[in-house]
Design a protein around this ligand. Sequence first.
Ligand code: ZN
Length: 285
Amino acid sequence: MRFVTFEQGGLARPGVLADAQTVVDLSLIGYHTLLRFIAGGDDAFKKAAKLAAESPTDSRHLLTQVRLLAPIPLPRKFICVGLNYRDHAAETNTPIPDVPTIFNKFATAVIGPGANIVLPKVSKMPDFEAEFAFVIGEGGRHIAAEDWRKHVFGYTCVNDVTGRDYQKATSQWLMGKTFDTFGPMGPWIVSADEIADPHNLDISLAIDGVTMQDSNTRELIFKIPELIAYLSSVFTLEPGDIVSTGTPAGVGVARTPQRFLKAGETVTVRIPAIGELRNPIVAEA
Ligand code: ZN
């Protein structure tokens, strides 16, 4: 199933796609945010499947008539993994790491599909990063790597937009990663049962239709089981936490000549097994 958050009548509502064109409001079965729905576990999931299959036509909204927001507009945690593709480590002349590099974005960075990425006046090096993200279902601490499937609710696309100059100004990447609008996410979360092997998915990014990144999640250095074990060895993973797994080769800063985002362009992250996350780019007013 595909889960979204959509805006209708000025309100953000959680939804499940009933088919490729329509969405049904999960508040009909008592869930008012996707975060609460995910925390509802298997019971909620079964109710959503029934709702998607049996909802009367007049309770369905056409996707063309609602605005999709980020599936999790206010994540409790938006965790990112740095230097996690073999091809990206090579292009940045970085040795293959022994320990995952973890950073985060604040919820104020999150935007949905179609929303503008606003290039801040202060950063001269706004860059793009196509990423495959997993969403935690059942939370926990000290989760064993082999139990990873019990804890993954689903998968989505992220663009880890980055101000390279701010990222590299100090040893801490946070400030370059968490400008407002630098966390596009979506267009939906595909439930984990629909993707048999998340470590074999094509992933690409294009600017105005020109491909900049083109790889596959098999290039991931730290895969989902190791990431869940490592993260939960330090803190409690909670339902709806987002873990964006890193970006493959082809980012703007590593190209010759360097190639940064410009106002007026549209950037699209594409993972065919999930969908397309497309965002226009504008300059800060
Ligand atoms: Zn990244």
